[in-house]
Design a protein around this ligand. Structure first.
Ligand SMILES: Cc1cc2nc3c(=O)[nH]c(=O)nc-3n(C[C@H](O)[C@H](O)[C@H](O)COP(=O)(O)OP(=O)(O)OC[C@H]3O[C@@H](n4cnc5c(N)ncnc54)[C@H](O)[C@@H]3O)c2cc1C
Length: 436
């Protein structure tokens, strides 16, 4: 790996790749991933990506996003996201991404808490379709270097200016990489939870570094629990059963086969209803009944979900599927402004690791891929406006590489910091809310 880049991007999910592709081709860019290049949550997204259908839908889309977020969203960010959505979809198509169409027109689906159909999809593998195409385009670019199994363990920074990152390879060999700008695109924090739909290695590392270097965080206790993941007694990543399954008509049933909630309410409301029912009936899961959806639609729209459930012994065409809520998404994160700038100079944060306020207290389904892409592009645009970046004469003296020999120990320390912060913020918020 070379030692100097114009831009270092940490993460090869949708946010990191889209940012890299949105930067001019004369910029020398490094993109690293802690795992395989395609080992990102972006690849797992099933349901789809929102797009403003037409101007008539603006108020309703805005209101749905705000209502799902308990009106704690930053209005300016929501407006930016919605108004940018058509251009972003246009960009994606330019990169070769395909969405479901009929007679040349987009087909839109619906998920919980949306008052209208405004979600574009590619079967039930929308994230894979988008991210694999972005990865392929990035691999074609000569100015972008993509390196897998390389972990950011620290930042090289002084007096609140970031000059690059410290990375470690799989054997723990550390090196310092100099960059004019560092972009954090490290995803969420599901890896610190026992039950999560996220990849285990996506564990909020950039949040721990923010705590360490006094970079502002926001709403770290705003963690979304997805109502419907396949129930299993095995450990590991929980398999998600997309909200669009309920959007297309599937219903939740308790142990007696009774429906007990409106399945299309916001995720936190549905999850709470499931938890309450499980507690009341002493069960480990509830059931998802696919039967209201026509069989052909299950097979054509949800082939991946169908296959996975059937392989686990629950064929959705024949039987109900056991489901349980699990950690899914992180609404909080590293505080950023509308151009994705953190409170440290020359340091940006995009995607799930950042908090630009779009989601408020709870994310509206299928807003996260869109939000990641919109604000990744804005970060790239903002980087291009900086006439000159600060440099440091003593880059090599700012880090001692011997400090990073114990990679596993460092990661464990970071995980503990993140968990402590989530709990502390939740405790303080509960006290504050009690006092009101
Ligand atoms: C199962 C599932 C289904 C989903 N479905 C949808 C959906 O239908 N629609 C929707 O809008 N959203 C959906 N989401 C959410 C959405 O996929 C994510 O919010 C979004 O993809 C996040 O993108 P990202 O680029 O920020 O992070 P990710 O795609 O998670 O990428 C994170 C990257 O950071 C790297 N990384 C992390 N830490 C380090 C480190 N220390 N050093 C180096 N690299 C590091 C990882 O290796 C990875 O490359 C879903 C999520 C899951 C888990």
């Amino acid at each position: 790996m070379e030692k100097k880049y114009d831009v270092a991007i940490v993460g090869t999910g949708a946010a990191g790749l889209f940012c890299a592709l949105s930067l001019p081709q004369d910029k020398k860019i490094l993109c690293i991933s802690k795992d395989a290049l395609d080992g990102s949550d972006s690849f797992l997204a099933q349901g789809g990506i929102c797009m403003l259908r037409d101007d008539n839908d603006y108020d309703s889309y805005f209101e749905d996003t705000m209502r799902a977020g308990h009106y704690e969203n930053r209005k300016e960010s929501v407006e930016i996201m919605i108004k940018s959505s058509q251009q972003i979809i246009h960009d994606l198509e330019g990169y070769g991404v395909e969405f479901e169409k009929k007679d040349g027109q987009f087909v839109f689906t619906k998920e919980g808490a949306h008052s209208d159909n405004r979600i574009l999809f590619h079967a039930d593998v929308t994230g894979r379709e988008i991210t694999s195409k972005l990865l392929a385009r990035a691999q074609e670019r000569e100015n972008i270097t993509l390196i897998d199994y390389t972990t950011m363990v620290d930042w090289v920074c002084k007096d609140n200016v970031c000059y690059g990152i410290v990375v470690a390879d799989e054997n723990g060999k550390a090196e310092a990489i100099e960059a004019d700008v560092t972009v954090l695109a490290c995803g969420g924090l599901g890896g610190v939870y026992k039950h999560s739909t996220n990849y285990r290695h996506i564990s909020g590392d950039a949040l721990a570094l923010s705590l360490y270097h006094n970079v502002r965080l926001e709403n770290c206790d705003y963690v979304q629990i997805h109502p419907t993941t396949l129930f299993t007694k095995q450990s590991g990543r929980s398999f998600l059963i997309s909200e669009s399954v309920r959007g297309e008509g599937a219903v939740l049933r308790d142990k007696n086969g009774e429906r007990f909630t409106d399945e299309l309410q916001p995720r936190d409301v549905v999850s709470n209803a499931i938890f309450a029912k499980m507690k009341e009936q002493g069960t480990e899961h509830v059931w998802l009944d696919f039967s209201p959806i026509p069989k052909e639609k299950i097979l054509s729209h949800f082939p991946n979900i169908y296959k996975h459930c059937a392989e686990a012994g629950f064929n959705p065409l024949e039987t109900w599927v056991p489901v349980v809520p699990a950690q899914h998404y992180f609404m909080g994160g590293i505080y950023v402004d509308k151009d994705s700038k953190t409170t440290m100079e020359q340091l940006y944060a995009i995607g799930e690791t950042s908090c630009n306020g779009v989601h408020g207290r709870n994310r509206l389904a299928s807003n996260s891929l869109l939000e990641s892409l919109v604000f990744a592009k804005r970060a790239a645009a903002d980087i291009m406006t900086v006439p000159e970046f600060k440099k440091t004469e003593d880059f090599d003296n700012l880090v001692n590489l011997d400090d990073y020999e114990d990679l596993q120990g460092i990661m464990e320390k970071y995980h503990k910091m993140v968990v402590k912060e989530i709990k502390e913020e939740a405790r303080l918020r509960a006290l504050k809310e009690e006092a009101v």
